[in-house]
Design a protein around this ligand. Sequence first.
Ligand SMILES: [Zn+2]
Ligand SMILES: [Zn+2]
Length: 217
Amino acid sequence: MPEDICGRIQVVQIPVGMLRANCYLVYGEKSRHAVIIDPGEESETILAAIRERRIEPVWILLTHGHGDHIGAVGDLKNAFQIPVAIHREEADMLIDAHANLSGLFGEPVLSPPADRLLKDGDGIEFDNHVITVSHTPGHSPGGVCFGLNHHLFTGDALFKETVGRTDLPGGSHVRLIQSIRDKILSLGDDVILYPGHGPITTVGEERRSNPYLREIV
Ligand SMILES: [Zn+2]
Ligand SMILES: [Zn+2]
């Protein structure tokens, strides 16, 4: 088998901001190339974690456009001059504090516009890997999960033993449950789930113990 030039994939979870949104750094142990998922706030904390590990970010990927997930995009994009990607249905949330709901949660939050608009089934090249994009609407219309090997970053679709809220504009509980059924629970039990808030879990754990998924498993 050819040696993986990227090396083993490492994931760092950094909860940021008042809502403790999880920012993730995902990087190849050997290549030291990284993607930053959902830099919600506290750019200095995220920058320190990047420097400490001597990694080089190449993408900022957003699971969705709510204010608690995008507040540090501008600082990190400036620091590394790297592109930002979000699902095409949420492009407006980056540049509109009303659309990203930050007005509801405190100070208005804005981000630079997206460089790449995503849709279901897209692949994002990362070293010799492809990060897959699954559209998982329900918490928000253009929410996505990012998959890399046996890692899945679920944004606010699914949390450990609960699911995302669906009472915000564009939310739908029926769509959310469909998304989780078709795009998350269809994966193997050993897939590790990295939610937008709270602790890391697995598909198997949620299949067994998430009370919101009893109706579908
Ligand atoms: Zn959200
Ligand atoms: Zn959130």
